[in-house]
Structures are given as structure tokens and as C-alpha cells.
Write a protein that binds this ligand. Structure first.
Ligand SMILES: *Cc1c(COP(=O)(O)O)cnc(C)c1O
Length: 539
């Protein structure tokens, strides 16, 4: 396993774990930091130490740190809280299409609320490199603008927005500035004494702290005001009620302390590792670095591989933990909205992988990952040319085959067993019956865009006299059809129930990653069985 998904979440640093233990283990310090006794006081001291550590990492004062459950909550609190508090100032918000979902969805929610609360949102489109310029933001400001919400570093591409230049200009215009810095702290120098941002979001699990704890910086001078979104005991200066999670907070404090100490060395190490990975991968033709030309943080590489699908590529790399698009939008299977916004067409956006490196990434892992990716991209590209009916590129197939030590002398592309390749080339029994009555079984898998139809003629009511097949799909699907049509002839139909995917895989030497073709075979047989024998229930 190689973990290159630090931008989704980073593993806990062992030192953070050690710092959390006294507040987590049975018999440890379990007091409520709000309690007025010794246990409470000790918990409170730990919380306040952590607050100092978090504040120190971003050049803030401890009183400006409000604990939350993470960046999602911080973003919600900042945007909703500010708009509610400053409702009388105006109703216009400026943000960007490339923001994290927790910003975009909050804005969408505010937009769709019925007036009088209705908010108007401008979603800026990034420039070619992927960044939002200070000018773009300033041009969009109107007298109605209350808030600008812009991320410091994009989580999909690592592209940096020029927050340092923009902040004083927004201050001059009296517009509140919220920054999602979840990907910035620990990677960029963040000093809020010098950068007049009003609200700033951070989360622990992107800097080797625990998941489920974050903070919102709320400036004291000049004071930024928020309406609380969580009502209760009035914790955190009334801005975020709820018993403080001491162990989580201590973990976040320690993670920030370590990040501050390690920052410079870590950034240069990640820069070298990232460059190494890109140099290795850019030996492949038609690979694009998303955000190239913009300034980016080291350690995040978002690459588009023309001619392959991100999901197929990821599936072909089971030992490599990377994201296709952002983890948050992977759940919806949409092509990355960030890459689309950046101007990649849908096909290239779909063909993208995000590699994000971190504290525990080694040079050896980078090299191994690059080797695997290069092999699989080559393989998938070759596959897609054979599928679209072009002649298989013999030479490179042979080369790859001998590299893999497979079918070296047989002239069979290494992706297919000899059995599959023969059946695919000869396609015996393809077609359908023209006269007489045949039983027809059908199956399809929309995900792989394959379909299989099996026509059989019975002799009497038990024996299968003849069979034909039709198939749409990859060579293996076609081979499964050809094999089934031959295999069933002369058999007692009851024997068909033995034709399950594992048996088909075995007969045709189908590798595991193409088991869906054998399942298609199993399904087509089941579909026939239910017709020959209406009482038949597939197992
Ligand atoms: C990870 C991330 C978030 C969400 O953080 P959680 O703590 O998981 O809610 C928000 N914004 C950015 C830029 C992120 O990278």
C-alpha cells in the first residue's frame, strides 16, 4: 500500500497520539473544561495551551481561536454567521467556483432561502492556471457586498490564491474577508498579524492531527462579529456552544506545534518529492499538470492522463491510495468541478488523479507509485484502442508483454489469456437463429457498457441442440459469449445452473479485474434458466 492522499486526510503523527492519550485513556484526565474543580481546571489549562499553539501557527492571538468540529463547520459558521450578523449591510457574497463544497453548498443554501434573507452570490471563474486574481475579486465588489470567501490553497490542485495581496484591499473597501486555509497551514507561512483577513478556517486532520476538530479564527481588532449557528451553553465566547473535546483539542494543538517547528524543512522535502514524481510521470505522453503555471504548494500534483478514465485508472492501481478528483466530490461521481472550472473538458477532468504527498512519504514510495501508474496508463490506453476497433498496436504490446513475462512467444497481447484471444478472433457461433423458435437470454452491465445475448434451441425439453450469441463489449465479453454458445450445446439444460462466474473465469483464464465479463455470462444463463424453467429461482 502506498498512501498518496494527504490532501484528503493525513495520518495522525505518533507524537500527536501520545499527547492525546492522557485525555483519552480510562483513568486519564476526563474533566469538563468548563467545570469549576481541579479536574476541570486541568482540562481547561490543556485547552488553553492548545489554543496558544494553534494561534501561534497562524500569527493570531489565542482569544481569536474558536474551536469547531473541522473546516466544514468553520466555513458554515463563518459564512452564515457573518451574513446573519451583517444582514443590514447588504446581501452580496463573492466566492469562487473552485471552492470546497462546504463553502459552495453553504452559499447555495443561502441563495435559495426565501427572501427577505435571500443572498446573492457571485461565483468567480478561475483564470487559466486555476487561481482567482485579486483584480477579479475587486471588480466583483459592489456596495451590497458583505463578504468575500476565498480559499488560500485549493485542495484539488494545490493552486495558491493571492490572499496576501487581496486582504488589505478588501479591508480598505470595508468588505469582510473569510479564507478557507485548511490546505494552507503547515504548507505556507500564514501570519494573520500581517494579513488582514477577518475570518480563517483550519482543520486538524490535514496537518497530522485528529479528525473532527478544527478552528475558526475570528479577528478581534477590528472585531469581526458572527451570529452563532450552534446554540447552547455559550461556550467559545458565545459563538459555538458545546462541551469542548479536550483530547481532540490537545491533539490539534500538538499537531500545530509540530507543523510550526517542521514547516520549512517539510516544505522543501515535499517540493523535491513532488518534482521527482512529476518528472517520472511526465515521461508518459499526453499527461497534463493541472494548475501548471500558477503558484502551487508543494506536495499536491493533479494530473490528467488523456485517453484513460480516472476511475478505471484508480481501479487498476488498488495498492495506490490517491484521489480521482476531490474526495468529497468522488462520492457524487461527477467529473471534478474544480477541473471543469479550470477549463479542462469533461473527458480530461474525468481522466485526472490527485497525488498528494506528506510527512511520511518516502522517495522509494514515489518511485514505486510512478512505475505503477506508468504501467497502468500504458495498458489502459492500449486497451481503449483495441476496443474501438483499431488494430492492436502489435509492437508495443509485444514490448510490454515481454516486460511482464507473459505470453512472450505466443503473440497474444498480455492482457488476454490465449483462450480469450482465440475465441475473440474466431467468434464461433456469433449471430442468432433466423427460423424456428429460440429461447433468448439477455444480460447487460451499464457500468462497463457491455451486453450479452444467448439464443438457444432445444431438442425435446431437456437437451440444448444449438446456440448462438451476440455481444457488445470488450474482447473478453465477446469471448465469454462465444465460449458459452459452444459449451452449452448437447447439454442437459439443468446443467446450466453450474455455469457461474468462477467456472467461466476458470475456463477462460479471466483475471480478477475482468470478472464482470464472467458475471455477465452468469447473468445471461440465469436469464435463460428462468425461461426454460419458469419456477427456477437464481441462487
Ligand atoms: C478538507 C477540507 C475541508 C473540510 O475539512 P473537514 O475538517 O473535513 O470538514 C474544507 N476545505 C478544504 C480546502 C479542505 O481541504
Amino acid at each position: 500500500m502506498i498512501y498518496l492522499d494527504y490532501a484528503a486526510t493525513a495520518p495522525l503523527d505518533p507524537r500527536v497520539y501520545e499527547a492525546m492519550l492522557p485525555f483519552l485513556k480510562p483513568g486519564g484526565l476526563h474533566g469538563n473544561p468548563a467545570s469549576d474543580h481541579l479536574e476541570g481546571r486541568r482540562a481547561r489549562e490543556a485547552v488553553e495551551r492548545a489554543r496558544e499553539q494553534v494561534a501561534a501557527l497562524m500569527g493570531a492571538t489565542p482569544a481569536e481561536i474558536i474551536w469547531t468540529s473541522g473546516a466544514t463547520e468553520s466555513n458554515n459558521l463563518a459564512i452564515q454567521g457573518a451574513l446573519e450578523f451583517y444582514a443590514s449591510r447588504g446581501r452580496h457574497v463573492i466566492t469562487a467556483r473552485t471552492e470546497h463544497k462546504s463553502v459552495l453548498d453553504t452559499c447555495r443554501y443561502l441563495e435559495t432561502r426565501p427572501s427577505p434573507q435571500g443572498i446573492r452570490v457571485t461565483y468567480l471563474k478561475p483564470q487559466a492556471g486555476g487561481a482567482i486574481s485579486a483584480e477579479q475579486v475587486l471588480d466583483a465588489v459592489t456596495p451590497e457586498t458583505v463578504l468575500v470567501s476565498l480559499m488560500w490553497v485549493n485542495n484539488e490542485t494545490g493552486v495558491i490564491n493571492d490572499v496576501v495581496r487581496l486582504a488589505p484591499k478588501l479591508r480598505e473597501r470595508g468588505v469582510l474577508f473569510h479564507v478557507d486555509a485548511a490546505q494552507a497551514i503547515g504548507k505556507l507561512p500564514v501570519c494573520l498579524r500581517e494579513v488582514p483577513v477577518d475570518l480563517l478556517t483550519v482543520t486538524a486532520h490535514k496537518v497530522y492531527g485528529p479528525k473532527g476538530i478544527g478552528a475558526l479564527f475570528v479577528r478581534k481588532q477590528p472585531r469581526a462579529r458572527l451570529m452563532p449557528q450552534m446554540h447552547g451553553g455559550g461556550h467559545e465566547q458565545g459563538m459555538r456552544s458545546g462541551t469542548l473535546a479536550t483530547h481532540q483539542i490537545v491533539g490539534m494543538g500538538e499537531a500545530c506545534r509540530l507543523a510550526e517547528a517542521a514547516w520549512a524543512a517539510e516544505v522543501s522535502r515535499l517540493g523535491l518529492l513532488g518534482t521527482r514524481l512529476w518528472q517520472e510521470l511526465s515521461e508518459l505522453p499526453d499527461v497534463f499538470l493541472n494548475g501548471e503555471g500558477a503558484s502551487r504548494v508543494p506536495g499536491i500534483l493533479n494530473l490528467s492522463f488523456a485517453g484513460v478514465e480516472g476511475e478505471s485508472l484508480r481501479a487498476a492501481l488498488p495498492g495506490l491510495m490517491v484521489s480521482s478528483g476531490a474526495a468529497c466530490s468522488s462520492a457524487t461521481r461527477e467529473p471534478s468541478y474544480v477541473l471543469r472550472a479550470l477549463g479542462r473538458d469533461e473527458e480530461l477532468a474525468n481522466a485526472s488523479l490527485r497525488f498528494s504527498l506528506g510527512r511520511f512519504t518516502t522517495e522509494a514510495e514515489v518511485d514505486r507509485a510512478a512505475g505503477q501508474v506508468i504501467r497502468q496508463v500504458n495498458r489502459l490506453r492500449r486497451l481503449s484502442t483495441t476496443q474501438t476497433g483499431d488494430a492492436p498496436p502489435e509492437r508495443s504490446v509485444q514490448k510490454e508483454a515481454s516486460q511482464n513475462g507473459l505470453h512472450q512467444d505466443s503473440g497474444v497481447p498480455f492482457d488476454y489469456s490465449a483462450r480469450v484471444w482465440d475465441l475473440f478472433n474466431q467468434t464461433p457461433r456469433s449471430g442468432c437463429f433466423t427460423e424456428g423458435t429460440a429461447l433468448i437470454g439477455r444480460a447487460s452491465t451499464p457500468a462497463s457498457r457491455s451486453a450479452l445475448v444467448l439464443h438457444i434451441k432445444m431438442a425435446g425439453n431437456r437437451t440444448i441442440a444449438d446456440a448462438r450469441f451476440q455481444a457488445y463489449g470488450c474482447p473478453t465479453t465477446i469471448a465469454v459469449g462465444a465460449w458459452l454458445a459452444g459449451h452449452v450445446v448437447g447439454q442437459d439444460f439443468r446443467k446450466l445452473s453450474e455455469l457461474k462466474a468462477p467456472a467461466i473465469c476458470q475456463a477462460l483464464e479471466i483475471p480478477e479485474e475482468r470478472v464482470h465479463t464472467a458475471l455477465l455470462g452468469e447473468d445471461v444463463v440465469k436469464s435463460l434458466l428462468t425461461q426454460i424453467h419458469p419456477g427456477y429461482r437464481p441462487a
